[in-house]
Ligand binder design. Structure first.
Ligand SMILES: [Zn+2]
Length: 209
């Protein structure tokens, strides 16, 4: 990512955070880049993710179709966070069988800390834990996406997934599709889950038929 920054912002030594929405809208540091240059920047970033070698970069994502008028944003966040945490745990469990005994750690973008703390408090009050997370360090950590390239990578992946599922735009999703955790060539895509009651033909739903 630093090399990509040097290509588009030569001479700037301080780290420029790559935030998908800012690149798309041409805001902040990206205001001086024309539309086609920003498209090229997206392509370079997603190619970098695509070309990273397994298991260096593995993606996990959960998409929730919100149809119930009764659910609250906190409930929805809890649902998708618990699900994505259990997918990460499943990946670690498979690693345990192969040999390496690594624990996982979850790092969340600091800008969403308030929303997360609200539902973590609910779990603490009930003495329960979110999802199946036996192989994950139980306290999530918060870091600023401005300082952390890994959170910027996660933001890019979330953006690609959002464009695919909200707008049917697969331009960026196609780059990251192979990065989701999966059990061999024919197994379900464990790292990608679409929670919907509709009959859906997406790769996440059809891989579980
Ligand atoms: Zn689906």
């Amino acid at each position: 990512m630093n090399a990509i920054q040097q290509k588009y912002f030569p001479g700037i030594r301080v780290q420029i955070p790559f935030h998908a929405n800012e690149i798309r809208a041409g805001r902040g540091k990206f205001g001086n880049l024309g539309r086609s240059t920003r498209e090229n920047l997206f392509e370079d970033l997603f190619n970098m993710i695509k070309n990273s070698v397994f298991p260096k970069t593995i993606a996990f994502s959960t998409i929730l179709n919100i149809t119930k008028a009764t659910s609250s944003p906190t409930e929805d966040l809890s649902t998708v966070f618990s699900d994505v945490a259990s997918r990460f745990n499943l990946f670690l469990t498979r690693g345990y069988r192969r040999g390496p005994k690594n624990k996982g750690m979850i790092i969340i973008d600091h800008s969403n800390e308030d929303k997360y703390m609200e539902f973590f408090q609910g779990y603490r009050d009930n003495g329960t834990q979110y999802g199946d997370i036996r192989n994950i360090v139980d306290i999530p950590y918060f870091a600023s996406g401005k300082d952390t390239r890994m959170i910027q990578l996660a933001d890019l992946c979330a953006y690609a997934v959002f464009r695919q599922y909200e707008h049917g735009d697969s331009a960026y999703f196609n780059y990251i599709e192979k990065k989701f955790d999966r059990r061999g060539g024919r197994g379900p895509i464990d790292g990608l889950k679409h929670m919907t009651k509709e009959d859906c033909k997406c790769i996440a739903c059809t891989s579980r038929l």
